[in-house]
Design a protein around this ligand. Structure first.
Ligand code: SME
Length: 166
């Protein structure tokens, strides 16, 4: 597995996602433990983009439970129909929230978080495994570039879930 990630000195997220994807694939290649892989993926996203908070919530017995993440401590459990994470989980769709104060039911794990994007992650049987949640301290920080780039990351996680032997 790769030891160091290498990124251009740019804030152009399109370039950074393109540079990150092959490195993330190399990072998780041959490692069957899904939690270990999610931990490294969260670290890679933090390193590449400096996001305020990035991590995973995993559905367990009817709740979204905090998984591997990078950033400040966060809510441990979220009801399946609560918050932006719950919305992405129940609608099975990616949600961009440009201003969290305007999203009814937003769960403020940190008052510093201003905008957010959440993508559902699917199991091979079509059920939702959990979500990838990225938070920013800036308003309107996420665009279609993030939707596309993070969808590629989710594709890698879904590939790992298809091959998860544990
Ligand atoms: N804001 C999220 C909760 C998770 S944290 O931001 C890390 C939500 O409304 O679902």
């Amino acid at each position: 597995m790769a030891e160091n990630l290498i990124f251009s000195q740019t804030s152009d997220r399109k370039i950074l996602y393109a540079e990150m994807l092959p490195q993330v694939k190399a990072l998780v290649e041959g490692e069957p433990d899904i939690i270990a892989n999610l931990a490294n993926i969260a670290a890679a996203l933090k390193e590449a983009f400096g996001f305020f908070w990035v991590g995973f919530y995993i559905e367990k017995q009817g709740e979204l439970v905090l998984g591997p993440f990078q950033g400040p401590v966060a809510c441990t459990r979220i009801d399946l129909d609560k918050g932006v994470c719950g919305h992405a989980y129940t609608t099975r769709e990616t949600v961009i929230v440009p201003n969290v104060d305007e999203f009814p039911g937003h769960i403020a794990c940190s008052s510093a978080s201003r905008s957010e994007i959440v993508l559902p992650i699917f199991l091979p049987n079509g059920e939702v495994f959990g979500v990838l949640d990225v938070d920013s301290e800036n308003l309107s920080d996420f665009s279609e570039i993030d939707v596309a780039g993070l969808a590629e990351i989710v594709n890698i996680v879904e590939y790992l879930l298809r091959n998860d032997t544990q």
